[in-house]
Design a binder for this molecule. Structure first.
Ligand SMILES: [Zn+2]
Length: 169
């Protein structure tokens, strides 16, 4: 049975909620096999592993590869609650996924249409299909809630400027 994009993002949202409980940035991802079955789910694990590359997408791609017994995820779909960054967009191309579905846009660091469009760069020989903005409000609200709760009380202007330059990734 094939999951609809809405349902796939729903699974990614559940994974993101698990991340929230662990104090990780709440981004979740799921990889669906070509027949629509769930191959892997993951959330951001940067804090747990002290690993700057442990974004939800990368963790999910690694688990899906292990589940399939192949690094090539041809025909698979990755759904994630936040628009992938440059690293993850690159990993999606390397994994040869067929489709990328994401929730919230990331105007500060997004590489699937916002700042860059890595996955549809015509110079690459593999270009996944993209569906963005799926359940965008729910995905964005989870992140906004996380950062609002962590935001320190206002200090001086320079500190606020510096924190504003930070990225959600
Ligand atoms: Zn990323």
């Amino acid at each position: 049975m094939s999951l609809r994009d809405d349902d796939a993002i729903g699974l990614a949202l559940a994974a993101a909620a698990d991340a929230l409980a662990l104090g990780e940035v709440p981004v979740g991802a799921v990889v669906l096999a070509p027949d629509g079955g769930v191959l892997a789910t993951a959330h951001n694990e940067r804090e747990a592993g002290h690993d700057p590359t442990a974004h939800a997408e990368v963790v999910a791609l690694r688990r899906a590869g292990a589940a399939l017994g192949s690094w090539q995820l041809a025909g698979c779909t990755l759904a994630v609650t936040l628009e992938p960054c440059t690293m993850c967009a690159g990993a999606l191309v390397l994994a040869r996924v067929a489709r990328v579905v994401f929730g919230a846009w990331d105007p500060k660091a997004g590489a699937v249409g916002s700042l860059w469009d890595v996955v549809r760069d015509r110079r690459l020989n593999h270009r996944p299909e993209v569906a963005g903005g799926v359940r965008e409000q729910e995905c964005g609200a989870l992140l906004e809630g996380f950062f609002a709760a962590r935001r320190p009380p206002p200090l001086d202007l320079d500190t606020r400027r510096a924190s504003r330059r930070g990225s959600v990734n």
